[in-house]
Design a binder for this molecule. Structure first.
Ligand SMILES: CC(=O)N[C@H]1[C@@H](OP(=O)(O)OP(=O)(O)OC[C@H]2O[C@@H](n3ccc(=O)[nH]c3=O)[C@H](O)[C@@H]2O)O[C@H](CO)[C@@H](O)[C@@H]1O
Ligand SMILES: C=C(OP(=O)(O)O)C(=O)O
Length: 433
């Protein structure tokens, strides 16, 4: 993740956000869908509402690397994928230089297994949030008949998948990507697969809808107990990606932080799960008007402190924990945050402390003592959501906040600067890759 060091966000605080923001298509739905599109041996897949984010660029580079033909019509936010030529076994490799830059690369493994019979993973990346294992994925593939071996010397994983068939799978915790990956491994495996303790995230349901349209036989999405009947082939189809609930949550919190009023086009309150209720308790007002979510916070009334524990959907999303921490520095009183998904997701505290926040951390628990006046200063985006949270802090801080590396923000938020400027913020994105 060193290539993007020169991109940085300069934020000058003090302006309330007002107006309309277009919520992007969901990062965590489009990545598995690009992987799923590679399962279609004939035709061309059309994905609409694709977010213009770095992770999508990396995913499309990877798709081309393994032999797919890809067009990204950026103005139309449309991707066209032709995976009919995925037949060169030499290309069944996820190379470290692309795959180590985003964790979603692991979602290509099912396509490599089904289309080429094997896969070699030379490195899988993603944000550094502490220990992030992929054992549920590998154990699941093995239970479906794949042979998974580790080449410790080279740090490679080799998967032989000549003989996949249905099987009984379970997850120790309801892993988001794990659920999607095991479903994709099962859709073309003969026989019946069941996945117990499956994830309930809206993106998982959207991926199931997409695969179902392609011809997959999947039942139980959203119940935690998924059944897949293997089919012989899948067809290329067209699909519009759901909106990004984390992007929506970040913009809602930015409106709350600055005491503004915004309309979030395409955002859905029910996708926020518990985060909706927590923000309401803090003093944020929501009104769903059809497919537009209206968000306001009365600048005259103080923000109230909050307690939140991250957990799988519909619990409080871990990806919203960082912006919530930044927001909590502005609340009148003590907020309590418990990060129960990742053990290394408090890198933000040091950065907020540089800005004047008072935060105590004990392992995976943090107490935020608000209200503190934030001051602008150079800060480090340790990961995507830390970066977004620091931009949020910068919108309220006195003076200039400089957030870098901007690449990490650009991994997951599309045209962040443009959308913030349209709402009245003073934000400049400098540099390029
Ligand atoms: C591309 C994508 O969709 N990313 C999201 C996805 O990540 P991701 O799918 O990687 O997160 P998981 O739900 O799989 O992981 C949650 C926890 O389970 C652990 N685990 C996971 C798999 C495994 O095989 N073994 C294991 O121990 C992880 O280390 C982590 O501590 O869900 C996370 C939790 O909502 C979000 O933060 C990410 O934005
Ligand atoms: C952790 C995240 O992404 P990834 O799983 O791609 O690292 C995220 O979306 O905040």
């Amino acid at each position: 993740m060193s290539m993007g060091q020169e991109v940085r966000y300069r934020v000058r605080g003090g302006r309330p956000l007002n107006g309309t923001a277009f919520i992007q298509g969901a990062k965590n739905a489009v990545l598995p869908m690009i992987g799923a599109a590679l399962l279609a041996a004939k035709g061309r897949t059309v994905l609409r509402n694709v977010p213009l984010i770095e992770d999508v660029h990396r995913a499309l580079e990877l798709a081309e690397h393994i032999g797919a033909k890809v067009e990204f019509h950026e103005a139309e936010r449309t991707v066209v994928i032709d995976a009919s030529q995925l037949n060169d076994p030499e290309r069944a490799v996820l190379p470290a230089d692309i795959a180590s830059r985003f964790r979603g690369s692991v979602l290509f493994v099912p396509a490599l297994m089904h289309r080429m019979g094997h896969a070699r993973i030379e490195g899988v990346g993603g944000c550094n949030l502490g220990s992030r294992k992929l054992d549920f994925h590998y154990r699941g593939f093995a239970r479906l008949g794949a042979e998974v071996t580790e080449d410790d010397a080279r740090n490679h994983i080799n998967i032989e998948a000549g003989n996949l068939r249905g099987g009984h799978l379970y997850l120790d915790t309801p892993s988001h990507t794990g659920t999607e990956n095991l479903i994709m491994a099962a859709v073309l495996a003969p026989g019946t697969t069941v996945i117990e303790h499956a994830a309930l995230e809206p993106e998982v349901i959207d991926v199931i809808e997409f695969l179902t349209r392609m011809g997959a036989k999947i039942s139980g999405g959203g119940t935690g107990f998924i059944t897949v009947e293997g089919v012989d082939e899948l067809t290329a189809v067209e699909h519009t990606i759901m909106s990004d609930r984390i992007d929506a949550g970040v913009f809602a919190m930015m409106a709350a932080a600055t005491g503004g009023e915004v309309s979030l086009v395409g955002a859905h309150l029910e996708h926020l799960g518990v985060a909706r209720w927590k923000l309401e308790q803090m003093g944020v007002e929501f009104a769903q008007q059809g497919a537009v979510l209206h968000v306001r916070r009365d600048a005259g009334a103080p923000l109230r402190p909050i307690n939140a524990v991250t957990s799988p959907y519909p619990g409080f999303a871990t990806d919203l924990q960082s912006p919530l921490m930044a927001l909590a520095t502005m609340a009148e009183g003590e907020s309590y945050l418990h990060e129960a998904i990742y053990d290394g997701r408090f890198a933000l505290t040091d950065e907020l402390t540089k800005m004047g926040a008072k935060i105590e951390v004990d392992g995976t628990r943090a107490i935020v003592h608000g209200h503190t006046a934030l001051r602008g200063t150079p800060v480090v985006a340790h990961d995507l959501r830390t970066g977004a949270a620091l931009v949020l802090a910068g919108l309220v801080a006195e003076g200039e906040t400089v957030v870098a590396p901007g690449y990490l923000v650009d991994r997951g938020h599309a045209q962040f600067e443009k959308r913030l400027v349209a709402l009245g913020a003073d934000v400049v994105r400098e540099g390029s890759e």
